[in-house]
Design a protein around this ligand. Structure first.
Ligand code: TMP
Length: 215
């Protein structure tokens, strides 16, 4: 089987990162050779960009500046980690990729999608995930989860984007749903407002189909 590039996408508070960790363990138990990655980040340079990108000290940064930061991190990540892993035949499961930039900087901040597509061609050579799991839930629910005590006490604490108004997250969610409709052959929408178990069940069902496993 050719190595696959799978991405997990969704709002902050959608649960995608927790489900990605759980899915990774489950895939390992099922002898699927894969590695996980995260954006922005995934390399030493990318982690430095991530720290800068999320630092609440900068307040609201211009959307184009944000896009250039995440694309810089992404190119390094592709060159150093993602492309070599795929070339060696290992599947890569990535927590966010270019769809995050379309949703957050494009739909959320208003940077024209046509420009983001051009920068994407430069930064990634147009690398598109084979499949994308979109963790969808109402923006209000995602905000409540995102502002939870657990999040505040996490290593990164409250980040720059956590301070965004609900309206911003509404636009980002809408953007994700439009992307899922436009690229319906690649996207699968996971309903993630319910319990952890019901969401993980949907994830396993999709991954079983992708990796041809028993459910
Ligand atoms: P994370 O907490 O899911 O790792 O994401 C970090 C934040 O970065 C999250 O608020 C979404 C934001 N982000 C963008 O705005 N654009 C991007 O391209 C990426 C990858 C993340």
């Amino acid at each position: 089987m050719t190595a696959l590039f799978i991405t997990f996408e969704g709002l902050d508070g959608s649960g995608k990162s927790t489900h990605l960790r759980e899915a990774f363990r489950w895939l390992e138990d099922n002898d699927v050779d894969c590695q996980v990655a995260q954006e922005p980040g995934g390399t030493p340079l990318g982690e430095a960009i991530r720290e800068m990108f999320l630092d609440p000290r900068w307040g609201e940064i211009d959307g184009t500046v944000e896009a250039l930061l995440v694309f810089a991190s992404r190119r390094q990540h592709l060159l150093e980690v993602i492309e070599p892993a795929l070339a060696e035949g290992r599947h890569v499961i990535c927590d966010r990729f270019t769809d995050s930039t379309f949703a957050y900087q494009g739909y959320g901040r208003g940077v024209p999608i046509s420009i983001l597509r051009e920068v994407d061609r430069l930064a990634t050579g147009g690398r598109v995930p084979d499949r994308t799991l979109l963790f969808d839930l109402p923006a209000e629910v995602a905000r409540q989860r995102g502002h939870s005590e657990a999040r505040r006490e996490s290593e990164e604490g409250v980040t720059r984007l956590d301070a965004e108004a609900l309206e911003f997250y509404g636009k980002v969610r809408q953007g994700y749903l439009e992307l899922a409709q436009e690229f319906s052959d690649r996207f699968v929408v996971i309903r993630s407002a319910g319990t952890f178990e019901s969401t993980q069940q949907q994830v396993r069902s999709v991954l079983s189909e992708i990796f041809r496993l028993e459910k």
